[in-house]
Design a protein around this ligand. Structure first.
Ligand code: PRP
Ligand code: URA
Length: 209
């Protein structure tokens, strides 16, 4: 699929396997989510715009490329997407952060929005939406719809584990969005949880139940 990257890097696969283990506790889980986001971000941000700046080396003055920091916005889908933000900030500390609050109805699995605050102007930024889980794709599609309604144009979506159903739904609804997935899992179960997955990402990151 065009605009879809599924990572097969051994470091990412190894860390995802530890995340899946139900014996992995909150501390380690959080650290791993951050590390995976950073590894994925390294690849996903390879087309970030650069601008030449003047730097004085010990030898001479030169023009040399630097990332135009104010061009990046990271937008986690609350809650679980928050766990990935610091991994990306480790790469681009000057990025602005927006927030979109969505929760899935436990019965219908449809997303409900409860919060949205995006950096402005949003239209000139590369926007990286983060959410560790792409299950039915309902939350991802709603978040991207919302960002586009607010003027966002260059959007990347990053998730650690995806179900084929969710990946296809997001790609179909927003074929222009570049999607980065750490691992593509088998399917969804009757409660729309990813199999084998890692359980409820928000609960595992924040230690709730
Ligand atoms: C989880 C996850 C995604 C969503 C994925 O959030 O973090 O946002 O479900 O499911 P979908 O692809 O079927 O929409 P949840 O609604 O559990 O909220 P939380 O992050 O606050 O726990
Ligand atoms: N949300 C999660 O946190 N996990 C899933 O498997 C599906 C949706």
């Amino acid at each position: 699929m065009e605009n879809v990257t599924v990572f097969n890097h051994p470091l990412i696969q190894h860390k995802i396997s530890i995340l899946r283990d139900k014996k992995t506790g909150t501390n380690e889980f959080r650290a791993l989510v951050e590390e995976i986001a950073m590894l994925m971000g390294y690849e996903a941000l390879r087309d970030l715009p650069l601008e030449d700046v003047e730097v004085e080396t010990p030898i001479e003055t030169c023009m040399t490329p630097m990332i135009a920091g104010k061009k990046l916005a990271v937008v986690p889908i609350l809650r679980a997407g928050l766990g990935m933000v610091n991994g990306i900030l480790a790469l681009v500390p000057s990025a602005k952060i927006g927030h979109i609050g969505l929760y899935r109805d436990e019965v219908t699995h449809e997303p409900h929005e409860y919060y949205c605050k995006l950096p402005t102007p949003i239209d000139q930024r590369t926007i990286v939406v983060t959410d560790p889980m792409l299950a039915t794709g309902g939350s991802a599609v709603a978040a991207v719809d919302f960002i586009k309604q607010h003027g966002g144009r260059t959007i990347k979506f990053m998730s650690i584990i995806a179900a084929p159903e969710g990946l296809e739904r997001l790609h179909k609804a927003h074929p222009d969005v570049q999607i980065y997935v750490g691992h593509l899992d088998r399917c969804l179960n009757e409660n729309a949880y990813i199999c084998p997955g890692l359980g409820d990402a928000g609960d595992r990151i924040f230690g709730t139940k």
